[in-house]
Write a protein that binds this ligand. Structure first.
Ligand SMILES: Nc1ncnc2c1ncn2[C@@H]1O[C@H](COP(=O)(O)OP(=O)(O)O)[C@@H](O)[C@H]1O
Ligand SMILES: [Mg+2]
Length: 253
């Protein structure tokens, strides 16, 4: 079976600062893959490399069997054109800590926007799907609300619906609950749990250890640009083998 994400020796520097120091990992289709680690360890950078918002310096990164951002001919790599990168990025949904909804559009318009603008879908078809997706994230009664009329947790659920509207084969979450008031976190995690049950392939950076333990198929602990330890959530979160993992978990649990 082709991995949904495969990283081989991925290195990334910003100037002289090496942020990713050889990341190897594999995410299987339908897997919920949770990436944890201290702030500054390179988690967001790695996530951004997956959809080519950042270029890697060396190594190989594949999504669904295809190189991210490049075409390989013989031993040589050729960078894809912006248009080709954009086309591939459409298959990858991304949800950020800050939801970045369009403020002048209602919830349903936010969710319809990309299918209409990018895929050229008819508004009627896009609206119908958008309403179904808003229902799926528990917001069917908020379709006509503007972002300013929604709580942070509701905005984040609209952002998830918006990402799903492009029918991505992979969903990336960069700490989707860390900007939310504690009482709003649960609803967003419930939506992610529902996606997991439906077989959505997800890579989630999260501080929500309960979510990682209950929903995750694997947990990877990253520190200082390397994968320190990975495995089933039960092993990594309950019986960590490495001191660095133990020390991190003792601070967050
Ligand atoms: N665009 C950038 N330019 C320079 N340094 C960056 C950039 N993005 C991230 N970094 C640095 O890379 C390191 C890892 O950051 P990041 O991937 O955001 O970590 P994490 O998500 O684990 O907190 C940090 O030291 C950060 O300052
Ligand atoms: Mg980050």
């Amino acid at each position: 079976m082709t991995a949904m994400v495969k990283a081989e020796g991925v290195h990334k520097s910003f100037g002289a600062v090496q942020v990713l120091k050889g990341i190897d990992l594999e995410v299987a289709p339908r897997e919920v893959f949770c990436l944890i680690g201290p702030s500054g360890s390179g988690k967001s950078t790695f996530l951004r490399c997956i959809n080519h918002l950042e270029k890697i310096n060396s190594g190989r990164l594949y999504v669904d069997g295809e190189l991210v951002g490049y075409r390989q001919k013989g031993d040589k790599l050729y960078e894809l054109k912006d248009r080709e990168v954009a086309a591939k990025r459409r298959d990858i949904g991304m949800v950020f800590q800050r939801f970045n909804l369009f403020p002048h559009m209602t919830a349903v318009e936010n969710v319809m926007e990309a299918p209409v603008q990018v895929k050229g879908e008819s508004k009627a078809v896009a609206r119908e799907r958008a309403l179904k997706l808003l229902d799926r994230v528990g917001l069917s009664d908020k379709a006509g609300n503007y972002p300013s009329q929604l709580s942070g947790g509701q905005q984040q659920r609209v952002a998830i619906a918006r990402a799903l509207a492009m029918e991505p084969k992979l969903m990336l979450f960069d700490e989707p609950t860390s900007a939310l008031d504690p009482e709003l976190v649960g609803d967003v995690l419930d939506v992610m749990r529902g996606l997991a049950e439906d077989g959505t392939t997800m890579v989630a950076l999260t501080h929500a250890m309960g979510f990682a333990r209950e929903v995750g198929d694997s947990v990877v602990f990253m520190d200082d640009g390397v994968v320190v330890e990975s495995g089933h959530p039960r092993e990594v979160l309950t019986n960590p083998r490495h001191e660095r993992t133990k020390s991190f978990l003792s601070k967050v649990l």
